[in-house]
Design a protein around this ligand. Structure first.
Ligand SMILES: [Cu+2]
Length: 177
């Protein structure tokens, strides 16, 4: 009896918890040592003061595409932060966020080969704050992260002295799996 069977399943399919194509993370930057492990960590209060705010919207509603938008308030004014999607989660050690997430993973790690370490194969953006320390930046890539593979968005200090220098990791936002 295929028809009644399908009809019986339809409501269940509608109720099934499908992964939302748009996820939103809202968090205040706190010290890693906070009693409750923070959803966003600052490692450099001069650039990312405690209590400053981040909102990350990850939109996967277009098949095979990811658009990520980062909006902040309360950060250092008139500053450019290189921001990347990283593989690891945020921890007390800034290095715990691990290497950059890559769609096609470089077999040689740490990845320095521009065939892999580029802005099409990694998710990168530059967040520029205004005179009030507010800013928003968005970028899109033609892939979607593997489940559980991209667990943080890392803000770097920026290094105007070097062409590729992202500089120290100054803050980290935990992303859901
Ligand atoms: Cu990075």
């Amino acid at each position: 009896m295929p028809v009644p069977y399908a009809a019986a399943l339809l409501p269940l399919a509608l109720l099934a918890p499908a992964a939302s194509p748009v996820s939103v993370v809202e968090a205040d930057f706190d010290p890693a040592s906070a009693f409750v492990p923070p959803a966003a960590i600052s490692y450099a209060q001069d650039l990312v003061p405690y209590g400053s705010h981040a909102r990350v919207v990850t939109d996967r509603s277009v098949p095979g595409r990811t658009t990520l938008t980062l909006t902040v308030s309360g950060l250092a004014a008139d500053h450019a932060f290189p921001v990347h999607l990283h593989t690891g989660t945020c921890g007390a050690d800034p290095a715990s966020s691990g290497p950059h997430y890559q769609d096609v993973v470089d077999p040689v790690q740490p990845s320095a080969d521009p065939a892999y370490a580029n802005e099409r194969n990694e998710l990168r953006l530059v967040l520029r704050t205004d005179a009030d320390g507010e800013g928003t930046a968005s970028t899109a890539v033609d892939w979607q992260p593997r489940a559980g593979g991209a667990r943080s968005l890392v803000l770097h200090a920026g290094d105007p002295a070097g062409p590729h220098g992202a500089g120290d990791r100054v803050a980290c936002v935990k992303l859901g799996d």
